[in-house]
Design a protein around this ligand. Structure first.
Ligand SMILES: [Zn+2]
Length: 81
């Protein structure tokens, strides 16, 4: 049960769905309270989706996983040599 006095947290977005083996433009938020980047949103211009289920973005400061907010399929896909 929750009480009316509870602060209403901002709901976390549903995690983005990735197709495997493609590049996405991803935004991610640092959810580590002790980090200087806490609640900052970062954009990753080229994020590879790996097998589609193991997409992770790390904070350069605290090294924790960041929460993925959005993912936009790159079209065209970047050429990778
Ligand atoms: Zn951090």
């Amino acid at each position: 049960m929750t009480t009316p006095e509870d602060p209403t947290p901002v709901p976390d977005p549903d995690p983005p769905v990735f197709q495997p083996y493609l590049y996405y433009k991803v935004t991610a938020r640092d959810d580590t309270e002790t980090c200087v980047n806490y609640l900052k949103i970062f954009t990753i211009e080229q994020c590879y989706s790996n097998n589609g289920t193991n997409v992770r973005v790390f904070c350069a400061k605290c090294r924790h996983d960041m929460r993925l907010m959005t993912a936009e399929l790159l079209d065209p896909q970047p050429e990778v040599s």
